[in-house]
Ligand binder design. Structure first.
Ligand code: UDP
Length: 321
């Protein structure tokens, strides 16, 4: 039975990856310190003999007994609201944590899979973004802690690949959404859906002309698995190339929830908000035979159903994620 270690496995994407690995016949070990993850996301796997959760800070030395075939390194706060509130933890997990996870991969002769990000492109001057684009990042801006540490994570991953021959893969994740996002995560999908379900104003930052492209979580995880099982090292963009303005997105969420919320424009809370973002997925299409399948409407309806429960729970004074 193949054995996988997933750092950040109690998070939004990490927990969906665990579900997929378990159903593909893997033994899964999760390392997560639960800063932004939650055991609520993996509670359904807890009794499974092929699943183990270890509460652990992956910036510390990593020890996992027995064989390991593949390490998926997903641990990192990833929401823009985390950038000003957890800057040092973000820098540490992407720098020190990636180093430790690579060390574990090397000692186990395991494959190493890095969850990188479209944020390595910063506020891009090239559109759509291809993997060869080097990006436009402000190193001393508020977003820099995430962008630069993910760039470092890519560099050290390539150094282990070139110097120690570790079999590495780098995926650059574009905006992704779905059930298990935190209701209070601050990102646009939970914010807009939460606001719409409570019939509160939907807060469009700036004038809403900035664009994003949203990928449903199951499509993204399918891309991960295809890359992990391929002979490609990447980096490879995985995301949905259908681009919308944030204003259009707010209108779509209002329509799908049947909400009476008004859409309001409020000042941008952080500087350096990328004005446009859309992946060029030619590489994923040609090298991995991957492309997203879930429409925005289908994905949003599933996500809205999840947030309906989360909003109810939060209203009852229990956890919001
Ligand atoms: N945004 C917004 N209202 C919100 C939250 C976010 O208009 O309540 C905008 C934000 O300014 C950005 C886009 O939505 O342009 C996506 O933001 P998110 O925080 O989801 O992630 P990002 O793509 O910036 O990393």
């Amino acid at each position: 039975m193949p054995r996988a270690v997933v750092t950040g496995g109690a998070g939004f994407l990490g927990s969906h990856l665990c579900d997929r690995l378990i159903s593909d016949g893997y033994d899964v070990v999760v390392l997560d310190n639960l800063i932004t993850g939650s055991t609520d996301n993996i509670v359904h796997l807890m009794g499974n003999p092929h699943f183990r959760f270890i509460k652990y800070d992956v910036t510390e030395y990593l020890f996992v007994d027995g064989k390991v075939d593949v390490i998926f390194h997903l641990a990192s706060p990833a929401s823009p609201i985390d950038f000003p509130t957890r800057p040092i933890q973000i820098l540490k997990v992407n720098a020190l944590g990636t180093h430790k996870a690579l060390g574990l991969a090397r000692s186990k002769s395991a494959r190493f899979f890095l969850a990188s990000t479209s944020e390595v492109y910063g506020d891009p001057l090239m559109h759509p973004q291809v993997e060869e684009y080097w990006g436009n990042v402000n190193p001393v801006g508020v977003r820099g802690v995430y962008d630069e540490s993910k760039r470092f994570a890519e560099s050290i991953t390539m150094a282990y690949h070139r110097t120690h021959g570790v079999d590495t893969k780098i995926v650059r994740i574009f905006n992704t959404y779905g059930p298990r996002m935190r209701l209070d995560d601050g990102r646009v999908v939970p914010n807009f859906i939460g606001q719409a379900l409570r019939n509160e104003p939907i807060t469009v930052y700036g004038n809403g002309s900035q664009t994003r492209s949203f990928c449903y979580c199951s499509d993204l995880i399918d891309g991960f698995i295809r890359l992990a099982n391929s002979n490609e090292a990447g980096p490879i963009n995985i995301g949905n190339p259908t681009e919308r303005t944030i204003m259009e997105f707010a209108q779509e969420i209002k329509r799908l929830t049947g909400s009476s919320s008004e859409i309001v424009m409020v000042p941008l809370p952080t500087a350096d908000d990328p004005k446009q973002r859309r992946p060029d997925i030619t590489k994923a299409r040609t090298l991995l035979n991957w492309e997203p399948k879930v429409s925005l409407e289908d994905g949003l309806l599933k996500t809205i159903a999840y947030f309906q429960e989360a909003v109810k729970k939060a209203g009852n004074g229990s956890r919001s994620h």
